[in-house]
Design a protein around this ligand. Structure first.
Ligand code: PHE
Length: 341
């Protein structure tokens, strides 16, 4: 007669044969070998047996338990191997497929404009001078002919640091002082591109940070005519060969005389449109002849040397070029904007 244990073993093994995946094998394991499983339950009956039958009962139980446990391990291993094999066949990586293209980056529109400006002035014989963004009050204002409390300081609302007299430059003009002091009494022809900061309400036209490109030319026979010629040459190379340039008188403490430079509107060529607000002209930079006080502060004798300087905003120029209506776009980190350039 088949013992209770042999019968259980046969039944369990047959059932295991029919388990096709890991979860059913695990359910099988719980059913027979688990804490509430049939083997555990059956073993509890050992106490009801006559004493002499207990050892055989126990031995049989352990043999079957071991056999089922071995069968479980083997079946699980088998099923896992089959699953891996199936995955390899269905999820196989096709190494001959073309890779996913790496997305190409691009230069920020301001950088593109800065580089174009630098290229043009390089061709005209201007070198690039990099000046600091953290300045002192002396260089940002005083040496540029703006003593403390000078009303012209109102044109430059300033970020001050916790160190008295140390501030973020409000324009690239303090760079003029650095170049002059490093080079006097040699002639100078440089541009100074870089970031500037102003404590301002942010609007579509003004930001708290923006680039400027300063130009400085110093020599013994530099005149307003050289300034005009340089600006016109730049405008035509940057905006197109037929551009007209107009000069208005203006005021900066560090230039005398001071001018504001306009260019005929790139959209309507002077007829009047929404970009130029009907005037036909677009403002492109401030400029002038370097003030004698500034020349002296830079180490140059104003009786022998003259010079011109200009300052323009690459973001403003980029806005004109691409009809961008909001300067905040430049630092908003919005790819939808940046990817258009
Ligand atoms: N620094 C002036 C500004 O920020 C621009 C400027 C530069 C004007 C050089 C004249 C000469 O507005």
């Amino acid at each position: 007669m088949m013992s209770q244990w042999t019968e259980l073993e046969k039944r369990a093994l047959a059932e295991l044969e029919n388990c096709r995946d890991e979860s059913s094998v695990r359910a099988w394991n719980a059913k027979y070998l688990g804490k509430q499983g049939e083997i555990t339950t059956a073993l509890k009956d050992i106490g009801k047996l006559p004493k002499e039958e207990r050892p055989v009962f126990g031995q049989e139980a352990n043999r079957v338990k071991q056999a089922l446990s071995d069968a479980f391990d083997a079946r699980l291993k088998d099923i896992r191997e089959k699953e891996i094999e199936a995955n390899l066949n269905t999820d196989a990586i096709d190494v001959t497929l073309p890779g996913r293209p790496a997305r190409r980056g691009r230069l920020h529109p301001s950088t593109q404009t800065l580089r174009a400006i630098c290229r043009i002035f390089n061709e005209m014989g201007f070198q690039i001078y990099r000046s600091r963004e953290v300045e002192d009050d002396l260089t940002n204002f005083e040496l540029l002919n703006m003593p403390p409390h000078h009303p012209a300081r109102d044109m430059w609302d300033t970020f001050h640091t916790s160190t008295p007299g140390v501030l973020l430059r409000t324009h690239t003009s303090p760079g003029q002082i650095h170049v002059m002091r490093e080079n006097c009494p040699k002639p100078i022809r440089v541009i100074l591109p870089g970031m500037c900061y102003r404590y301002e309400a942010i609007t579509t036209r003004s930001e708290i940070m923006f680039h400027q490109v300063e130009g400085l030319c110093i020599g013994t026979r530099v005149t307003m005519t050289d300034l005009k010629g340089t600006i016109i040459a730049f405008a035509r190379r940057f905006f197109g060969a037929n551009r007209q340039v107009r000069i208005r008188s203006s005021y900066f403490p560090f230039t005398e005389p001071s001018i504001e430079v306009d260019m005929d509107c790139i959209v309507c060529s002077g007829k009047g449109c929404s970009l130029c607000k009907g005037t036909g002209w677009l403002e492109i930079m401030g400029a002038g002849m370097v003030h004698p006080v500034v020349l002296k502060n830079g180490g140059y004798d104003p009786d022998r040397f003259t010079g011109f300087a200009f300052g323009m905003g690459p973001e403003r120029i980029t806005m004109l070029l691409h009809a961008i209506d909001d300067i905040r776009q430049f630092w908003a980190n919005d790819l939808r904007f940046l990817q258009q350039f």
